[in-house]
Ligand binder design. Structure first.
Ligand code: GDD
Ligand code: MG
Length: 363
């Protein structure tokens, strides 16, 4: 069984983190998003994955190479963005061998049972089946109306207030019959959600498979942090990598994960819900909670980080305060005694010497 993973979005809502890496290489519980997906596909009998890449394609190729978790990995490189449908058409020579295949939005983390989804698709007998997940607010997703037999009557992408037919949304995980490729125009960007699904729904060829469990689209910072917390919770407890030095007076609260070679100074309290990547250094008297700290970051003495994301090799000096929802780009420096309030984001390599007390982007 094959799977096509859409991995070419710009990740604009995750800037500045996505300025320096593709969205699918962002770490969740210390592992890139794409690893969680590939491992799960391999467990459900997928043998080959095509990654549809364009933005920062080479970073993906360098990270994954030709095989991982026993899967063969092929790359379909776009010269320009082809949307969510165009990449399926572009990879058609590979996908048209008669059997259905999976298509995935690469920025989704989920524990869906792909084997059950495939079974459902085969029993339903339509050309396409989309996995559906119930959310409180469907406005950021594609919402559907189902009939009593699991058939999708209507598909509405990014419904405006009052427009959503239900709270069941497209989870970005599909099984497609190769015939669906004929519904995708060639040679241009195509949106599966607005050009293909509505058409299949009208013809009665689109089915929906509802599932529960873990599902998060990591596309915006709050959800990225939420995905991290959910995966940490599943791992349960505190996981500590090799060569970690934690001062005996420091505490790591579950659930948290500490990567290799991390140093944590005296009286610091780390966790709950922290993913601290490899070779991070945390000084004395620090407080870090509900946060993602990328590799090589340095957190100086008496600094506090709450509900924030700190990029690779970023440097927080002493007595710094980083509040909920702040994002610090790679290699940025936040100087002594600076407070950055909720919603501030700092571009890569930037130096911030004064506190910022209202949400804004520091360029
Ligand atoms: N190769 C390639 N080329 N991939 C792309 C391109 C492109 O031009 N544009 C977007 N992608 C990838 C993104 O990287 C992401 O993995 C996936 O396609 C979906 O794009 P998003 O930009 O993340 O879309 P969304 O989150 O607003 O909405 C989509 O996902 C929701 C579920 O998470 C839609 O499919 C919604 O219907 C759905 O509910
Ligand atoms: Mg998305």
């Amino acid at each position: 069984m094959k799977a096509l993973v859409l991995a070419g979005g710009f990740g604009t809502r995750l800037r500045p983190l996505s300025c320096t890496r593709p969205k699918l290489l962002l770490p969740v519980a210390n592992q890139p998003v794409i690893d969680w997906t590939l491992r799960s596909l391999a467990e459900h009998g997928v043998d080959t994955v095509v990654l549809a890449v364009n933005y920062m394609a080479e970073a993906m190729v360098r990270y994954l190479g030709p095989t991982k978790f026993n899967l063969g990995i092929l790359y379909s490189r776009e010269e320009r963005p082809l949307g969510t449908g165009g990449p399926i058409r572009k990879a058609e020579s590979f996908l048209r061998d008669g059997d259905p295949f999976f298509v995935l939005n690469g920025d989704v983390i989920s524990d869906i049972d792909y084997s059950r989804l495939l079974e459902f698709h085969e029993e339903a007998g339509g050309l396409a089946t989309i996995a559906l997940y119930e959310v409180p607010d469907p406005s950021r997703y594609g919402a559907v109306e189902l009939d009593g037999k699991g058939r999708v009557r209507r598909f509405v992408e990014k419904p405006r207030p009052g427009e959503a037919p239900s709270n069941l949304v497209n989870a970005g995980i599909y099984v497609l019959d190769p015939k669906v490729i004929d519904y995708i125009p060639e040679g241009r960007a195509v949106s599966t959600e607005t050009e293909v699904f509505p058409c299949l729904a009208k013809e009665g060829q689109l089915y929906g498979f509802e599932f529960r469990g873990l599902w998060v689209d990591i596309g915006v910072p709050e959800d990225y942090l939420r995905a991290n917390a959910l995966l940490l919770e599943r791992e349960n407890g505190v996981k500590i990598g090799e060569g970690v030095e934690v001062d005996p007076s420091a505490e790591v609260l579950p659930p948290s994960i500490i990567g290799e070679g991390v140093k944590i100074g005296g009286r610091s309290v780390i966790g709950p819900n922290c993913a601290i990547a490899d070779h991070v250094e945390i000084g004395v008297g620090c407080r870090v909670q509900n946060s993602i700290i990328f590799s090589g970051a340095v957190i100086g003495d008496f600094t506090s980080v709450k509900g924030a994301i700190i990029g690779e090799n970023a440097m927080l000096e002493r007595w710094v305060k980083i509040e909920e929802g702040a994002i610090i780009g790679d290699h940025a420096t936040i100087c002594d005694e600076v407070t950055l309030t909720r919603g501030v984001s700092v571009c890569p390599s930037k130096r911030v010497e004064e506190s910022i007390l209202e949400p804004r982007r520091v360029m």
